[in-house]
Write a protein that binds this ligand. Structure first.
Ligand code: NAD
Length: 478
């Protein structure tokens, strides 16, 4: 199978694939080489208006399509994605850099989200309230309307699927703007939906200047809901734009996941899980395990064993055999991560492993372990979004929980312990949208996924994720 990447990419609006023509283009770069691989057309204002018009016309038709038909299209699209996962995965590795097996795994995991939402939509029951004979009050859930969705470059297929699946299942039309850095794999995912029979206008895909596209779409009276995955500052900006039209929002923003490792954990099992988890997708994961708080009794052993295992992480081109970690996804990341490491080093952190951009083409960075990192280091406060584990010792359960909760973020948190009491206390007291104990699984698809505090609001996935694309209506009949 070839690694061919399309030289020209397209927009999809109102059932039509649109070539670049004389539109401005964004140059797509392979992060493993730093070389351009394709031109992506940027939508003009007229393109965006056309997309809005198409979404507006498609919405009432799709809303009134029986839920079984909507579900059947999602199931068919899921089957097509599983069939095409090797090809879509190759596009993703070329544009994003992650190892091919991880890219293919992302596509198949995304397919299962289409299946889950297809079934959720059939069971989105309303309520009938208690009333005297002859009277009725109903509570119904109805699709919110046309959606504008913005997804990032770290999971180019999974993050848009989390928005498309519930929107389409609920009966909404949607305009998706995936990240310009990673366009081809989400476009091929959309092709699965279209080949499965999704009617024209239900989904449009646009690219462009992110700020221009989002401000234009969010300001339109057509759009009733905004869903964004990305950084906290951009999320706050989009919420301000959404407030102008009192539009509903789902915001899945950054995290800085604490990992509490207690003396009584199963150390080998914990290390196996967390080292693999830390370097997955080169740490460019909003739920990446990052702030390791390790109980004093095992701190030295944990730090040493973690570092030994991290040193064996094979870094290279995601298409090569036996690679665990590819390059960072774009040229912004090595400098951002490098600056944070230098700041920590200057403030007294010990560099146990790595710490540098690799001296070769592309955006490769060392797997990095920092120990005894002071709390005032930038990296203890801002998410590194890279292949860096930071460690500090703690003594008591209360201290560990205080440390976990000390940031204004709260997306995922992890703990490793064989004590049921400790597990219960951690589960209840940590301020996070998801807490995983003795495992790292926080995206099973049927459970809510989302943050608290500045990590955002609104849940994706499962029944909560579907309801995020619906409004609640009460109907009273006397
Ligand atoms: P960024 O803040 O410039 O962009 C983050 C994402 O938002 C990108 O996908 C970008 O295309 C999009 N974006 C930016 N401005 C936008 C706008 N005005 N309207 C709509 N979309 C807009 O940062 P970046 O350099 O791409 O990524 C760096 C940081 O972003 C990371 O450190 C991390 O905190 C965060 N991030 C989070 C996730 C996540 O899964 N929550 C994913 C990617 C990036």
């Amino acid at each position: 199978m070839s690694n061919a990447y399309p030289r020209k990419l397209q927009l999809h609006i109102d059932g039509e694939w649109i070539d670049g023509g004389n539109r401005a283009v964004h140059e797509v770069v392979n992060p493993a080489t730093g070389q351009p691989i394709s031109d992506l057309p940027k939508a003009t204002t007229a393109d965006l208006d056309r997309a809005l018009d198409a979404a507006n016309r498609a919405f009432p038709l799709w809303r009134d399509t029986p839920v079984g038909e909507r579900a059947a299209i999602l199931h068919k699209a899921a089957d097509l994605m599983r069939e095409r996962a090797p090809e879509i995965g190759r596009l993703m590795t070329a544009e994003q850099g992650k190892p091919l097996a991880q890219a293919i795994g992302e596509v198949t995991a995304s397919a299962s989200h289409f299946d889950i939402m297809a079934e959720e939509a059939k069971r989105c029951y309303g309520r009938v309230l208690v009333r005297p004979a002859g009277q009725n009050s109903f509570v119904k859930y109805q699709p919110v309307g046309p959606v504008a969705a913005f997804s990032p470059w770290n999971f180019p297929v999974f993050t848009p699927v989390r928005k498309l699946a519930p929107a389409i299942a609920a009966g909404c039309s949607i305009i998706l703007k995936p990240a310009e850095e990673t366009p081809a794999s989400p476009v091929e995912m959309i092709r699965c939906l279209l080949d499965a029979g999704l009617p024209s206008g239900v989904v449009q895909v646009v690219f462009g200047d992110p700020a221009e596209v989002s401000s234009h779409l969010i300001a339109s009276p057509v759009i009733r809901k905004i869903s964004f995955t990305g950084s906290v500052p951009v999320g706050k900006h989009l919420m301000k734009l959404a407030a102008e039209g009192m539009k509903r929002t789902t915001m899945e923003l950054g995290g800085h996941a604490p990992v509490l490792v207690f003396d009584d954990c199963d150390l080998e099992k914990t290390l196996d899980l967390v080292v693999t988890g830390k370097f997955r997708n080169a740490g460019q994961v909003c739920v990446s395990p990052t702030r390791f708080y390790v109980q004093s009794g095992i701190y030295d052993r944990f730090e040493k064993a973690f570092t030994e295992r991290a040193a064996k992480v094979a870094v290279g081109d995601g298409f090569a055999d036996g690679i665990d970690m590819g390059p960072l996804a774009n040229p912004r990341r090595p400098s951002a991560v490098g600056d944070m490491i230098n700041d920590a080093r200057g403030k007294g952190a010990e560099v146990m492993l790595g710490g540098n951009r690799q001296d070769k083409d592309g955006f490769f960075f060392d797997p990095t372990v920092l120990s005894h990192v002071p709390l005032d280091a930038d990296i203890m406060n801002d998410e590194p979004f890279g292949p860096v584990a930071v460690m500090r010792p703690f003594d008591t359960l209360d201290e560990a929980i205080d440390q976990a909760n000390r940031l204004p973020l709260g997306l995922a948190a992890y703990a490793f312990t064989e004590s049921l009491r400790t597990a219960n206390m951690v589960g209840d007291k940590i301020e996070a949208g998801m807490v995983a104990i003795n495992n790292l699984t926080v995206s099973p698809g049927d459970a809510p996924f989302g943050g608290v505090k500045e990590s955002g609001h609104g849940s994706e996935d499962g029944p909560d994720g579907l309801k995020a694309y619906m409004v609640t209506k009460a109907i009273h009949q006397a």
